[in-house]
Ligand binder design. Structure first.
Ligand SMILES: Nc1ncnc2c1ncn2[C@@H]1O[C@H](COP(=O)(O)OP(=O)(O)OP(=O)(O)O)[C@@H](O)[C@H]1O
Length: 371
């Protein structure tokens, strides 16, 4: 096991900067997930830790040792790729044991280790098959087995489940979580799927345009996002946003917006006037138009069996999603309705996206507290 530290790490391709001054400390035995939209630099950052990509600037430390100029093969890391990257002409057993062969480990010792890993990953009945004779899930298990057999200090996973169907993805996600519980090895895992990040991570690193937006536990990011980007990225369906106007002078603290919105919010340490508010779908209630804090038209309902989502149009540009405990009657669709929400469910943002913490004396009671 080993800790990982990145200090002022940047990466440029020509004039294109893809990682910009990243500082990050990952503790020994921690499961850290990098999330962010496509192209934000997740894989590049992971590859910089692995030594597969050289940083343009900055220092990478593993287990307290500066490894910035140490090749990938000497860093004690094992990498599991999205594409599995198995050797097509080798059997499952040889694929798993090949790294030990190249290290000159004795044949008996290799056989023992390969058998133990194959049993653990439930591929021991497939040892003589070639990769093309395996399902996607079985291939991914072999790829993980190949990493596991080397007993690395750190596991690095780059979107390992994205080629699997949703049932298999859930199953493998549980197995990776169990692997971490059993081995307690430091793991860094890249995904663009925020629900995968929420369920696997001790801590999540949210990346955007090559910078860290926020680092925290899943609960911290969900309940106390630093900015609009994190608030919108963590949570599914995502947080609803609405552009609002902060009143000044005698009406300071009053917030007005479309849908007859009228709130009274007092900002703590404002980083600018409130320009937008956000409320999560699960914090909204569908009520009669006159009883809501927001007036809108219920345009559509999605019935997923165990849950329902209503799509409520507030303006031409803004539709809010509300999570409904039961399906509304079909004659409600197309009618005017109201949305209600507790004061504590309101998130507020300044024009540049920074979250504005609301004073407990205002309508936004509770914002800014740790859960
Ligand atoms: N070898 C390269 N040469 C030039 N640009 C590159 C190279 N590798 C990556 N990039 C660019 O760096 C940026 C970050 O890429 P990276 O693969 O790290 O993103 P990502 O967040 O992992 O995306 P995805 O989720 O789509 O895999 C992208 O704009 C990409 O086009």
């Amino acid at each position: 096991m080993a800790s990982v530290s990145l200090e002022s790490v940047s990466k440029n391709y020509g004039t294109h900067t893809v990682i910009q001054g990243v500082d990050l400390q990952i503790n020994d035995g921690e499961f850290v997930v990098f999330v962010g939209p496509s192209g934000c630099g997740k894989s590049t950052l992971l590859r910089i830790v692995a030594g597969l990509v050289a940083a343009s600037k900055g220092v990478v430390t593993i287990g307290g040792e500066d490894v910035t100029d140490v090749p990938a093969s000497k860093r004690g890391v094992a990498f599991v790729f999205q594409s599995y990257a198995l050797y097509p002409h080798m059997s499952v057993a040889r694929n798993i044991g090949f790294a030990l062969e190249t290290l000159g480990v004795a044949k008996d010792a290799i056989n023992q280790k390969v058998s133990a890993v194959a049993r653990m990953l439930k591929v021991d009945h497939l040892m003589e098959r070639r990769p093309r004779e395996l399902s996607g899930g079985q291939r991914q298990r072999v790829a993980i087995g190949r990493a596991l057999v080397r007993q690395p200090e750190i596991f690095l996973f780059d979107e390992p489940l994205s080629n699997l169907d949703s049932d298999l993805r859930m199953e493998m996600r549980m197995e990776i979580a169990k692997l971490h519980d059993d081995l307690k090895t430091t793991m860094i895992y890249v995904t663009h799927d925020q629900s995968e990040a929420m369920t696997l991570a001790d801590r999540i690193v949210v990346l955007n345009h090559g910078r860290i937006e926020q680092v925290g536990t899943p609960q911290q990011l969900y309940h106390t996002p630093d900015n609009r980007f994190v608030a919108g990225f963590i949570g599914s369906p995502r947080m609803n946003f609405l552009a609002v106007s902060a009143q000044t002078g005698a009406n300071a603290g009053a917030i007005v917006g479309p849908g007859n919105l009228s709130l009274s919010l007092v900002a703590q340490n404002p980083s600018g006037p409130i320009a937008e508010i956000g409320v999560r779908p699960e914090a909204l209630r569908l009520v009669a138009e006159a009883d809501g804090r927001l007036a809108c038209t219920l345009e559509r309902v999605e019935d997923l069996g165990h849950e329902h989502f209503g799509y409520c149009r507030i303006t031409d540009e803004t539709v809010w999603v509300v999570r409904l405990p039961t399906a509304p009657s079909p004659d409600k669709i197309g009618t005017r309705v109201g949305l209600d929400f507790a004061d504590s469910a309101i998130f507020a943002f300044a024009a540049a996206g920074k979250r504005v913490l609301l004073s407990s004396a205002s309508a936004g009671i509770g914002q800014g507290r740790e859960p």
